[in-house]
Design a protein around this ligand. Structure first.
Ligand SMILES: Nc1ncnc2c1ncn2[C@@H]1O[C@H](COP(=O)(O)OP(=O)(O)O)[C@@H](O)[C@H]1O
Ligand SMILES: [Mg+2]
Length: 459
């Protein structure tokens, strides 16, 4: 079967950057399936590619062994529409630095699955990973036995962040004594990553340790790189303010590895306003489903709707082709499995995972050495007084767990407002709000109170 691909080079007068609307272009070209069309533009030039079918319908990893980091510190995570490899950088051997990694996308966009590819790549590359899943361990169940320290609670996450920060301060002092300015992987310490899935739940308005988490993430993002301590956040966010407010993530976004999966329009506008996308660079939106849509007359027979999803598709904004649609490998079993997914486990392989250097265990304390989670992790991490490097002032410990549930200090109106903001400003009806508010960890409220709060907010 021949497979014809058409490629057009478009040139506008120099100084006249090309702008376009991919949906209008597809319509004008009589292309009913937008996933067959790709446009990449740069200033006054553009390349338009028309495929006979979705080039990213099925992206397979030939062999899990291929996930290990190459000598340039990159891992192969998927493919671009034109068949080129997508490389995500985890380490820069030239500057001797770990990376900051951000993976954005709305619910169901494929963040956690892409995250498992990265976690497996980290394991296979000898990187010691501390992993917090704010969805209670549901995001990537197979990660549990394949990382150095997994936690699944707010308390565990803040304890882990604090411990990571303590280790960072320890390395900072040790390396300064050695007169080292660059990190050398495994000489003698392992490259490390703190990976936080559903980071939005840690950083959103009303989250119990929002301020402290913001502080640690900011500081780790700033100082961890040259100490071989990277950070990766997977988050769903309507806009950046939800992720710790202010400019926590701006520098991470500007200098880190940034991946954007299916998004909400708000987030897009902000990325553009922040100069994260080159001017004129427009990303074709990722629809939820691939394949053609057409109008169906009432006189036609009903069609069995079975369009493939687009999960794992997105853009590597920090890469060489920010406007080129890419897709992470399809990994794991095709159908849900009972218990852990054997194919997902195979991704990680049977080998051992790397661990924090023994010399730092006293600094990391019981929270790490006993791999604690929840209140126990919290108590172990904060009810002790480690002395870290001179001239460093750790922030005061966060409020004790349970003692002051942040959501209980908030009024119902505050909580409704937070739920609306966390939804990216999109409309929510009273029932959706009730579910969201009752899931924020605070006191359970009734539908009537939500309705009252809504009418207060409207006036
Ligand atoms: N690259 C991919 N190709 C095909 N299906 C995928 C891909 N990535 C994720 N999926 C599927 O999409 C669904 C949602 O993925 P998940 O990673 O849980 O999303 P998120 O964490 O963003 O909510 C899962 O059923 C998963 O199997
Ligand atoms: Mg997820």
């Amino acid at each position: 079967m021949s497979r014809t691909v058409y490629e057009f080079t478009v040139q506008s007068p120099p100084g006249d950057p090309i702008t376009y609307d991919i949906e209008r272009l597809a319509d004008a070209m009589r292309i009913d399936d937008i996933s067959r069309l790709s446009v990449e533009s740069r200033g006054s030039q553009a390349i338009v590619t028309v495929y006979p079918d979705d080039p990213l319908a099925d992206v397979h990893l030939p062999d899990p062994d291929l996930l290990a980091m190459d000598e340039r510190g990159r891992v192969w995570a998927g493919l671009y529409h034109n068949g080129r490899r997508v490389w995500v950088r985890l380490y820069d051997p030239v500057s001797g630095s770990a990376q900051r990694l951000l993976l954005f996308g709305t619910t169901g966009a494929g963040k956690s699955t892409a995250g498992q590819i990265l976690l497996a790549a980290m394991k296979r590359s000898g990187i010691a990973v501390w992993y917090a899943d704010l969805k209670g361990g549901q995001s990537a169940p197979e990660a549990r036995g394949n990382v150095d320290w997994p936690v699944f609670t707010q308390e565990g996450a803040i304890a882990q962040l604090r411990t990571y920060w303590d280790v960072m301060k320890d390395r900072e002092e040790r390396y300064a004594r050695l007169g080292r300015s660059k990190f050398l992987k495994d000489r003698p310490d392992p490259l490390m990553y703190e990976v936080i899935d559903e980071a939005n739940r840690l950083l959103e308005k009303g989250a119990p340790y929002r301020d402290e988490a913001t502080y640690y993430i900011k500081d780790i993002g700033r100082t961890g790189r040259s100490l071989g301590m990277g950070i990766a956040l997977f988050a769903q966010a309507g806009h950046l303010e939800e992720l710790g407010g202010s400019d926590t993530l701006r520098s991470m976004l500007k200098e880190g590895e940034v991946l954007l999966l299916r998004w909400t329009s708000n987030l897009m506008r902000q990325l553009v306003a922040d100069g994260l996308l080159p001017p004129g660079q427009k990303l074709a939106p990722i629809p939820k489903y691939a394949g053609a849509t057409r109008l169906i007359s009432q006189f036609e027979a009903e069609e069995d709707e079975n369009r493939p999803g687009t999960q794992g598709s997105g853009y590597l904004l920090s890469g060489p082709y920010p406007g080129a649609r890419m897709r992470f490998f399809r990994v794991g079993s095709a159908l849900p499995t009972e218990g852990l997914d054997p194919e997902m486990l195979a991704l990680y392989g049977d080998g051992p995972h790397a661990a924090l250097e023994k010399s730092a265990w006293p600094v990391a304390g019981d929270a790490y050495t006993q791999r604690l989670d929840g209140d126990a992790a919290y108590t172990a991490a904060f009810a002790r007084n480690v002395t870290v490097g001179p001239g460093t002032n750790p922030p005061p410990p966060p409020p004790a767990p349970g003692a002051s549930q942040a959501s209980d200090r908030l009024t119902i109106t505050d909580r409704v407002q937070a739920a609306l903001e966390n939804n990216g400003g999109a409309d929510m009806d009273a029932h959706a709000l009730l579910t969201a508010v009752n899931a924020d960890g605070g006191r359970t409220v009734a539908l009537g109170s939500i309705r009252n709060a809504l009418s207060r907010l409207r006036t």
